[in-house]
Design a protein around this ligand. Sequence first.
Ligand code: HPA
Ligand code: ZN
Length: 353
Amino acid sequence: MENYAGTSAVPETAAVESEAAIPARLLPVAELHLHIEGTLQPELIFALAERNGITLPYSHIDELRQRYEFTDLQSFLDLYYANMAVLQTEEDFAAMTHAYLERAAASGVRHAEIMMDPQAHLSRGIPLETCVNGVASVLATSREDFGISTMLIAAFLRDLPEESALEVLDGLLAMDAPIGAIGLDSAEVGNPPAKFERLYARARGAGLRLTAHAGEEGPASYITEALDVLKVERIDHGIRCMDDPDLVERLVQERIPLTVCPLSNVRLRAVDTLADHPLPAMLAAGLNVSVNSDDPAYFGGYVDDNFTQLQAVFELSDFDRARLAANSIHSSFASEERKAELLEELNGGDATP
Ligand code: HPA
Ligand code: ZN
């Protein structure tokens, strides 16, 4: 297995210490690509349905689990949106968020930037305040309760018109929602980034950080468009950049973070098997990649599961793993102080064994 010491994926200020100095342990990481609604586990779906008097179209948990066979992104999205029906009250959103943070802490996550899909709740008649306040109430004390600093990202559904996104962004700003960034998700092909140029300009003007899904199922050109038209700082997924060597060179030069989700890519058939995943090639190319779970309840695992399975297939060295962890911390929207703290922990300080 190649060693990436010579690549530029970690800037000098973040130097990972020598390979020998990094013990095999659960690494402190930042999770940058996570949809909170994608953390709804089948057990919680059933518990919330019962609490809210909702009849699910599955008679038991195993019947629901049998539906977790996806053929592409849309086949997943259909189930993901349908299961959101159980989220009715602030307490429901809080319970989902609490469960994620508890599990994430056990994965080594020390900082999490969490997307939620307000439009998917508004369209079901759930007010913005209910979903935002429910999630935010748990994030407010995540550092004390779970050792995880957090940021909430409002993600917009790219298969809806830009007008809807603009209206929701205005609503979030009017209620002074505790969001730090915006994202763009849902059905990618046929919904290019440029459709949301005004949304991103408005969010940028409001001081929000910017990320967008691009190059998951969509072409490499969507990545370029997200950078040039939306002026995003980070790309979610981005694996299709490997189809375009000039784009790879640009992403390396500009150190654009790509929040890669290996198990998601396998489950949604963006790649055939984990062994076919481009992550090692992306690392070798010097790209600034991190490992993330996307929708862990649906795709077979949290961040630690992603690392474990990558390790099993690619025999990642401790150095590779530390580089991925360092990339995640550097690519986060956390304060410089928080990043420095996490990098110190990564470089041999106080990581949980
Ligand atoms: N891709 C696009 N939209 C999404 C995803 C994803 O993996 N998960 C939740 N919304
Ligand atoms: Zn995603």
